[in-house]
Design a protein around this ligand. Sequence first.
Ligand code: NAP
Length: 284
Amino acid sequence: MHRMPDSNQFKLAGVMGMPIIQSRSPIIHNHWIGVHQLKAAYGHLPVQIDQVEAAVRGLAALGMAGCNITLPHKVKAMTLMDHLSPMAQRVGAINCIVVQADGSLHGHNHDGYGYIQSLKDEKPDWRADTGPITILGAGGAARAVIFSLIDAGARDIRLLNRSRDKAEQLAALNPSLVQVHEWSERHAALGGAAMLVNTTSQGMYDQAALDLQLDDLPLSAMVSDLIYVPLETPLVKAAKARGHMALNGLGMLLNQAVPAFEAWFGIKPVIDAVLRQKILATFN
Ligand code: NAP
């Protein structure tokens, strides 16, 4: 039996992964800890993949409030949870652990929540059901994005992935709402779309640009790239040049942190201008 933490206890949380030093999550959470003058801290937790079990099981013993989990630890950590949220079960990966008062571990996946909230932040009247949504990629991030778009009301999703079998597996979970197209048809799959979402890693700072011609995409369509390093991928740049509303993945990163902070520290934090400025400053 674990000791109940008393309310005056210094609270610790962090982000677990390897490599992890590049993570901006400590800036986000420590900003909110400062805003609310909490006796708490949030740090980087560099943990090798073969040490994930020992580290996760040690969270309660250390008296930690919980932690975020990033690649490549998201799937392994999920298997160690005592309880999983419905979204974590659907996505098949967790990005947040909340240590309960009795020491048990609850696993959550807030990526989808963060994604939808980031769209609403930029376009308050955004709706998921205004037309087809073309999604490129079928990895872990795509799973969270697709389920949250469906929950938000999306009724017509075109899914394309380089490895078609992964797209087929994902579409099979919602066959009436998600249609798979060949990767080679990605340019034409933009025709009539209300939204284009890039969930592939193409366009990241260390990757080639996404090979995509935007000619068929209606100018009214919103373009959303999950990548935020760089802040402006070649896709976002090209979309802006055509006049599209085009968003990067920074809003998703910031918004997924909100429910985690609330679960650990009991306060729903606000993504204020100072926080955005602190994060943007890390890109200089
Ligand atoms: P993942 O599970 O490894 O999936 C990678 C995806 O990219 C797969 O669909 C993969 O296709 C595709 N891909 C890789 N190389 C490609 C290429 N040369 N041509 C075409 N497609 C290619 O990774 P993930 O966790 O889903 O992350 C994907 C992206 O989302 C990353 O850039 C990540 O930074 C971003 N992300 C952002 C946030 C945020 O908070 N903003 C959160 C999570 C992820 P195959 O299946 O064919 O390999």
